[in-house]
Design a protein around this ligand. Structure first.
Ligand code: S3P
Length: 445
């Protein structure tokens, strides 16, 4: 989906206390995995609570182009009739994943075990992102890269393996996308495919594979890692998927409520999977008033209603080993840190440089342009919090939804308004963000 046709600037002004109760859109990671696994399964998959953001819609289109039947049956309700493992048809045109790293990379894994050729493409942001980390292990299965740009960028053409070979693969960077691509390719290979990760990353692919009937086992490995073994040439069976509310989207109203004095909001049914909950841990260490009400299980994931109150925050040291559990939350954590008293040091943020934009630089520039003192020291971001933020800056979002939302949250509590040059990309993960923030009392226009 092309969101870059024209710029749509948006500003946030200092807002009154935020109040109300809202439900966030469905989790982006789970929505995309449900679409892909539904397309790889035999029979019907019904998804409820699906994220209807541009990223998930690009993936839905790609699954159609690969031969699955994918239809919307109601609000956030989707039905898929899959083609079975190894059953994708050769697409007639390049698959356009828009802004979506997850959609493109997981689909590469799924295609690697099919005897077809497919071209993967995306928008200007996705075209800058590294793909060798995905195609390197896929080539070990027997897939071939027919063409690529600049040593592993999109557009890239992949030919799947006729007879995929199972592999043992130690993921060189902590990445759920690489892990997932290997597991999806492993579905088509005979025998056992093993993935070793030295730092555990989000485990939605493993959970959903089990839910769709695959034989998969995960055990602890080393101090922070996991070893995952999957039995290949599996038959996946379509299954119902209930998508919980996305904690990475919840992070934006959550931090807004913390920094706007006097706020009290409730966020319904937010997923609290420990491999996604690093931000909650960090904010609690900073003194945030967050209560978990009604903890329960929805569709195989732990969820809770979160009550969030305006809070006085203090700076903290965020250890590097926590990064995989909050990798998408650093821009908004940096906003919370700017309103805290004291220094917050976020360690080990190398991976932020290869997200939808260079998020380490983008986050630093967002704060710097709004009067916050920051430093980048190697892979660490250091924010000098002073309890308040001058604001008044224009923020370049670089086609990055999370930089845009973080900057707008910054503006809800800074002295002067904060403007983003382009809010369009928010629609990749959080359609309705501005309306929901306004409903809670934020001044966005
Ligand atoms: C995701 C994994 C993470 C994350 C991304 C979603 C996923 O990327 O940043 O937004 O759904 O697997 P990496 O695998 O590159 O760390």
């Amino acid at each position: 989906m092309n969101l870059a046709s024209r710029l749509s600037p948006l500003s946030a002004r200092r807002s009154g206390p935020l109040q109300g109760r809202v439900r966030l859109p469905g989790d982006k990671s789970i929505s995309q995995r449900a679409l892909i696994l539904g397309a790889m399964a035999v029979g019907e998959t019904r998804i409820t609570g699906m994220l209807e953001g541009a990223d998930a819609l690009s993936t839905a289109n790609a699954m159609r182009a690969l031969g699955a039947l994918v239809e919307r049956t109601g609000e956030q309700a989707w039905r898929i009739m899959g083609v079975g493992v190894g059953g994708f048809a050769q697409p007639r045109a390049p698959l356009d994943f828009g802004n979506s790293g997850t959609g493109s990379r997981l689909t590469m894994g799924a295609v690697a075990g099919c005897p077809i050729e497919a071209t993967f493409d995306g928008d200007a942001s996705l075209r800058t992102r590294p793909m060798r980390r995905i195609v390197d292990p896929l080539e070990l299965f027997g897939a071939r890269t027919i063409s690529q740009v600049d040593g592993g960028r999109l557009p890239l053409t992949l030919r799947g393996a006729l007879d995929p070979i199972p592999i043992v693969y130690e993921v060189p960077v902590p990445s759920a996308q690489v892990k997932s691509a290997v597991l999806l390719a492993g579905l088509a290979a005979p025998g056992t495919t093993t993935v070793i990760e030295n730092e555990a990353t989000r485990d939605h692919t493993e959970k959903l594979l089990k839910h769709f009937g695959a034989h998969i086992r995960s055990e602890e490995f080393g101090k922070h890692g996991r070893r995952i073994t999957l039995t290949g040439q599996a038959e996946l069976e379509g299954a119902p998927v209930v998508v919980p509310a996305d904690p990475s989207s919840a992070a934006f109203p959550l931090v807004a409520a913390l920094i706007v004095p006097g706020s009290e909001i409730i966020l319904d049914g937010v997923m609290t999977n420990p491999l996604r909950a690093g931000l909650l841990t960090t904010l609690q260490e900073m003194g945030a008033g967050i209560e978990m009400l009604e903890t329960r299980n929805e569709g195989g994931e732990d969820v809770a209603d979160l009550r969030v109150r305006g809070s006085t925050l203090k700076g903290v040291d965020v250890p590097a080993e926590r990064a995989p559990t909050m990798i998408d939350e650093y821009p908004i954590l940096a906003v919370a840190a700017a309103f805290a008293e004291g220094v917050t040091r976020m360690r080990g943020l190398k991976e932020l440089r290869v997200k939808e934009s260079d998020r380490l630089e983008g986050t630093a520039a967002m704060l710097r342009n709004n009067g916050v003192t920051i430093e980048i020291d190697g892979d660490d971001l250091i924010v000098h919090g002073k309890g308040s933020v001058p604001g008044g800056g224009l923020v370049a979002t670089h086609m990055d939804h999370r930089i845009a939302m973080a900057a707008l949250v910054l503006g809800t509590a800074s002295a002067e308004p904060v403007t983003v040059d382009d809010a369009a990309f928010i629609a990749t993960s959080f359609p309705g963000f501005a309306d929901m923030m306004r409903k809670l009392g934020a001044d966005l226009s």
